[in-house]
Design a protein around this ligand. Structure first.
Ligand code: ADP
Length: 383
């Protein structure tokens, strides 16, 4: 209710031209002005208001504010009216008006009290700012952003596919290199002297590290693109665990690490045998990597409700409790100076989680902290 004099009481000013100035401002303003009485009946409007709505002033005067409000904004208009009655002002309310030809357009509404000479509230002056251009600009910007986003997504997809293709091309020649190295070192093509054999062992070990890294990159990429294939059938988990352990035998032997299996149940699950074996290989290899030479790794297979539970437990460097979940995030390595020395991409466990979750299972890590060993728990639904 403040600023009463400055609102419409033109006559009380000493300046004889002021009323004319205000009138001119009201009439010629590019903003849409309307003046309503206490019941919301329009008692005056400016040229811009009449022109924009496509009515003559005659048609406008006497109609209610609701008559020019688009149907979708009627409740907002109602709230505005109530707010104005209770508080005396309405600020920056967005709503849609409807023209005589039925078209609608957005406006920003501000309303303030109007008083008579005696200070009695007689209605409100309302300023409506046509927001069409503003909305169009936002829409244009949105369209540009959406288009840019689409282009970026397309580039990202192309990059992912290119990356996938390169990883695949890198892996292809490495597979026979690795295979033949295995056979040569195993002296399948004839005896080799110890000196050459020890050098070839190094070549083979490095080539298999390279192959594992590229395979991880390829799998992670395929997973991201939703293209990692699963070939599921009913398989005996007991067998998968045993086969995986025996495949890892040479590597375990090289590090002098023994596996203590405790396979308590003979259970089956509907799974991709190769992928589940990959999960076990990855977690056992980690247990090996982060253990001292000569340590023991325990593998337990048990039943947990409707799940088979596999736990891979080591006595190695352990994992800080705050990092137990992070190690399943792509490229995360607890201590990358350490892992740089022993190799790794930080992708293994992220791939394991992807595989286990694809089987509707769960995988998580437990550890009593650094230096206290670690356990990887895997739950897989029983068939
Ligand atoms: P990486 O190729 O680096 O081993 P992973 O995704 O398999 O990648 O593991 C992520 C990180 O989790 C590792 O870099 C390591 O810091 C930690 N980690 C995984 N397994 C173990 C474990 N058994 N003991 C201690 N740390 C582990």
């Amino acid at each position: 209710m403040d600023n009463q004099e400055s609102e419409t009481n033109f006559e009380t000013t000493d300046n004889p031209h002021l009323a004319e100035i205000y009138k001119n401002l009201y009439e010629q303003s590019p903003g849409l002005y309307r003046t309503v009485d206490e019941d919301g009946i329009i008692i005056a409007c400016n040229n811009a208001y009449a022109k924009n709505l496509g009515y003559s002033k005659k048609e406008i005067i006497g109609s209610t504010v609701f008559a020019h409000t688009a149907e979708k904004s009627l409740s907002t208009m109602n709230e505005c009216f109530e707010t104005w009655k209770n508080k005396g002002t309405v600020s920056d309310v967005e709503l849609f008006l409807q023209r005589k030809d039925g078209s609608i357009f957005p406006v920003l509404l501000n309303a303030m009290n109007m008083y008579d000479k005696n200070g009695k509230l007689i209605g409100s002056n309302t300023v409506l700012r046509d927001m069409t251009k503003f909305y169009e600009a936002i829409q244009l910007k949105d369209n540009i952003i959406t288009k840019q986003l689409e282009t970026l997504q397309e580039i990202d997809l192309q990059k992912d596919e290119f990356f996938s293709m390169i990883s695949h091309e890198l892996k292809t020649p490495l597979v026979p290199i690795n295979g033949y190295l295995d056979l040569i070192v195993a002296e399948k093509y004839g005896a080799i002297n110890e000196n050459i054999k020890s050098k070839l062992e190094i070549v083979r070990s490095n080539s298999s590290i390279l192959l594992n890294m590229i395979s991880d990159l390829l799998d992670a990429q395929k997973m991201e693109l939703g293209k990692l294939k699963f070939d599921k059938e009913i398989h005996n988990l007991h067998e998968i665990v045993n086969e995986t352990i025996s495949n890892l035998h040479p590597a375990l032997e090289r590090k002098g690490i023994s596996i203590i299996p405790d396979l308590q149940v003979n259970v089956s699950c509907y799974c991709d045998k190769m992928r589940i074996s990959q999960v076990l290989t990855n977690t056992i290899t980690n247990a090996m990597k982060y253990s001292e030479n000569g340590d023991k790794i325990h593998i337990t297979l048990s039943k947990n409700g409707s799940y088979a539970k596999i736990v891979i437990k080591d006595h190695g460097i352990g994992i800080d409790s705050k990092k137990l979940d992070k190690i399943f995030v792509k490229f995360y390595q607890v201590d990358n100076t350490f892992t740089r020395e022993i190799g790794g991409t930080g992708l293994g466990l992220a791939i394991c989680r992807g595989i286990v979750e694809n089987h509707n299972g769960k995988i998580w890590a437990e550890s009593d902290g650094r230096g206290k060993g670690a356990e990887i728990h895997v739950l897989l639904p029983l068939e």
